[in-house]
Design a protein. Sequence first.
Length: 159
Amino acid sequence: MRIIAFSDGHGNTGAVKKLISSTRSTTDLYIFLGDGSRDIDRAGEELEGVRLLKVRGNCDFSISSPDTAVTEVLGYKIIYTHGHTHGIKYDTAGLERLAFQNGAAAVLFGHTHVRECLYRNGVYYINPGSIALPRDGMPPSYAAIDIIPAGIMVTHAEL
């Protein structure tokens, strides 16, 4: 199963449309990690028939999505959050506590606009970077997460 995680569009609806149109034939689930929820709403028909989960970010005002949520894929528990309520700009300790408390195999987060994939104590911590405003000197990006019975594989891709 392929999951595409993306975050931090900040008003760039075109980036959301481009991501969906270029990946929809190989993607089973999209997870949006916040800051650009209105971009999702504006993407309109590009999202028809697409399975999408989302959380709100610190710039998503008046949005009813949760700050943090959990899903299970092929027996792997995945937590997804924007990260701002877990102190992600300082370290991953808040996310590590969250993973431990929930028995997660992976934690997806955004907020920093910097792509990252860490593996600690049997848990993946994955930041897809930003699809519109990266802060790491790299092009806009997203994460492709392939889940198979044997494990999890993570790839960052440029938009």
